[in-house]
Design a protein around this ligand. Structure first.
Ligand code: HEC
Length: 173
């Protein structure tokens, strides 16, 4: 009986450790995205701002476009194509009216980011992803990668920005 109690305590402790680890690492442990085998790059939330975007239509979203150091350097120096190792992230949120802020303004004029909708990445490796213009594309919703059908849409559309190395967003000073 004593042994069994010990075993149960040990198991409970182990369970506690495992349960504790999962949320602490946020979204970085997500499965690899189909098509390109990319995982969420660690530390992306601390990258520098390239620009912002708002889309209406079905998306009705805000995007914050961030870049790792290589991306920011290339943007600031106006260098194209982007060097290998460049990563550009697009963090998407709902576009919602802020009642709290509108009260202060005395009229309806404030819109703020709602819940996160998805995060998307473009990762440059001109050899590895040669077939798709040197870029891997990745999409995660609640930490889960986008399915194959969705991932097949990225390159054909971004390829329309061929003159700017498949990147649409311009640097906002
Ligand atoms: C129908 C065209 C279209 C498709 C499909 C598309 N994108 Fe984009 N993407 C854009 C446009 C236009 C922008 C810039 C405007 C904006 O952010 O809303 C953009 C911006 C981005 C950015 C910021 C860098 C840049 O090029 O401006 C990333 C990262 C990105 N998309 C990833 C993806 C991924 C991953 C997929 C596939 C799941 C995808 N996109 C599918 C048109 C598209």
């Amino acid at each position: 009986m004593k042994r069994l109690t010990f075993l149960l305590v040990a198991l409970a402790t182990l369970g506690g450790v495992v349960a504790f680890r999962a949320p602490a690492s946020g979204q970085t442990d997500a499965e690899a995205a189909p098509s390109y085998g990319v995982k969420i790059p660690p530390g992306y939330r601390d990258w520098k701002l390239i620009s912002v975007a708002h889309e209406e239509g079905n998306l009705n979203s805000f995007a914050a476009v961030l870049g790792n150091d290589l991306a920011i350097k290339a943007y600031r120096e106006g260098k194209l194509p982007f060097p290998d190792g460049t990563i550009i992230a697009s963090l998407h949120y709902g576009h919602v009216s802020s009642e709290e802020n509108n009260k202060v303004f005395g009229r309806s004029q404030s819109f703020v980011p709602g819940s996160p909708t998805n995060i998307q990445f473009m990762i440059k490796d001109s050899n590895k992803y040669e077939k798709t213009g040197g870029w891997a594309f990745a999409h995660f919703k609640d930490g889960k990668p986008g399915d194959e059908a969705l991932m097949n849409t990225c390159f054909p559309c971004h390829n329309q920005a061929k003159a700017r190395d498949l990147v649409f967003t311009r640097y906002a000073p």
